[in-house]
Design a protein around this ligand. Structure first.
Ligand code: ACO
Length: 427
């Protein structure tokens, strides 16, 4: 037994069971209960995995009490303010920030891999008009696996990296195609001359032929500040340790399915409004509230135990003081207010909600603070991105995290098929 251990006592028969304590490099110690059922005949009960570490991971660390988030050991504040999304992707995938030459290679590889097989392009036409881009995205990513069936089994680091870079590069194209299909407008192919984030904005906004909106002043340009804002949003979403959708991705990985099918499952899990879908719900809720004078009444609804209304964009399972991503976005939103004309009735409503909720005993006592989704919606609206694309934008950012977690799962010799037990209460 290691020096640190835990003894569990069955009070019915005074049997003692001793379990080793595993120490991570950061965060709480973990009680190794892998043999508990074999030893005692008992299962543990932990719905929602609130006390369960489902794996060991070196990718992302969160300290919810301190409001800390790190990718590969580096604080998110440093990564979001000093490094591009592609640098963060490289860091998450490989464990190191790229030097200049490595970044150039990575950037060029992503640009070249952004194109879709023509066969896949036809898939979009089977979906009805107004199909939600999240549904189309999940279906298209599953379909993508049929074009790269060799990725089902990756043999070495080179094949893992090729598989990962391919999906990171193609996700923005698929997301933009899903959106344009939902409007019935022609697709815009990726432009190899453009960087990752500008390329995505172009595929969203451009007219057929790839040119931007034309006015008497000439073609409207995508502003540098818009690219930087969206790039930061991608970085802030890039990974978030064992959240609901990542747990789904690892669960699918555990069955041996194709990695892109695992990503597609992650996309479906992310769609729900308790998870990534909250960003869309935040704006829908602000629109529903409609004016600043109605905010107080809605706050009262959110506090009413007999009303299932919740303030969207508030609360988090892990962050109990503040969400560091929300703090960065709040600052970004303040910075962008002038340049992007962010001031709007929606923003005034959001500010009022924040002001009341953050001084209200109900929210304070339950540690309910604005999360990342509370701010993304307002910024994305200012970037001319429609509500239905908010969660696909989350997907674009998160793909690197999901795929890196998939690789880590595959390379961990202790990984097992996900198969929890249950407390049976039926007949
Ligand atoms: N508005 C009002 N009350 C809330 C809210 C909210 N947004 N969130 C939690 N509460 C209350 C609950 O009613 C509960 O109150 P009670 O103790 O009186 O019963 C208490 O706070 C604890 O709530 P739980 O649901 O147990 O907290 P949990 O950690 O399981 O849930 C979650 C976290 C799902 C994020 C929740 O806060 C929520 O639904 N928030 C709104 C949706 C949202 O913004 N989701 C995005 C999360 S961030 C992301 O996934 C990227």
């Amino acid at each position: 037994m290691p020096t640190k251990s835990f003894t569990l006592i069955d009070n019915q028969n005074n049997k003692h069971y001793e379990y080793p304590v595993m120490e991570g490099t950061r965060g709480p110690s973990v009680l190794d209960l892998r043999t508990f059922f074999k030893d005692s005949g008992f299962f543990t009960y932990d719905p929602g995995f609130t006390s369960t570490a489902s794996c060991a991971s070196k990718i992302t660390f969160i300290d919810g009490e301190k409001g800390e988030l790190r990718y590969r050991g580096i604080p998110i504040e440093e990564l979001a303010l000093k490094h591009s999304y592609l640098e963060n992707c490289y860091l998450i995938l490989t464990g190191e920030l790229p030097d200049k030459a490595a970044l150039l290679d990575f950037d060029l590889e992503i640009r070249h891999r952004a194109f879709l097989h023509e066969g896949l392009r036809h898939l979009f036409s089977v979906f009805p008009d107004n199909a939600h881009p999240m549904a189309t995205l999940a279906a298209a990513v599953t379909a993508l696996s049929t074009f790269y069936d060799d990725h089902e089994i990756c043999h070495d680091e080179i094949s893992y990296q090729e598989m990962a870079r391919r999906i990171i590069a193609k996700i923005p194209t698929i997301a933009a195609f899903a959106y344009r299909h939902s409007l019935g407008i022609p697709f815009i192919q990726p432009d190899i001359d453009l960087g990752f984030t500008e390329n995505f904005l172009t595929m969203m906004r451009a007219y057929p032929g790839g040119k931007m909106h034309l006015s008497a002043k000439g073609h409207e340009e995508i502003k540098e500040v818009e690219i930087r804002a969206l790039d930061t949003i991608f970085t802030l979403h890039a990974d978030h340790e064992q959240n609901a959708s990542t747990t789904v991705v690892r669960g699918v990985a555990s069955t041996g399915a194709h990695p892109y099918v695992a990503i597609s499952s992650g996309i479906s899990a992310l769609w729900g409004r308790a998870h990534g879908g909250a960003n869309e719900s935040v704006i829908a809720q602000l629109e529903y509230i409609g004016s600043v004078d109605k905010v107080e009444a809605f706050i009262e609804k959110a506090k009413d135990p007999n009303d299932d209304f919740r303030l969207m964009g508030f609360g988090h399972r892990v962050y109990k003081n503040f969400d560091p991503r929300a703090k960065i976005l709040k600052n970004l939103q303040d910075e962008l207010r002038e340049e992007l004309g962010l001031d709007s009735e929606l923003m005034a409503i959001a500010r009022k909600i924040e002001e009341i909720a953050m001084n209200d005993a109900y929210f304070i006592s339950r540690n309910l603070y604005p999360n990342i989704d509370f701010y993304t919606g307002i910024i994305l609206t200012a970037l001319q991105i429609p509500k239905s694309m908010f969660t696909p934008i989350f997907v674009i950012g998160r793909t690197v995290g999901w795929i890196t977690q998939w690789i880590e799962f595959k390379q961990d010799s202790t990984s097992k098929i996900a198969r929890p037990r249950q407390l049976y209460t039926g007949n």
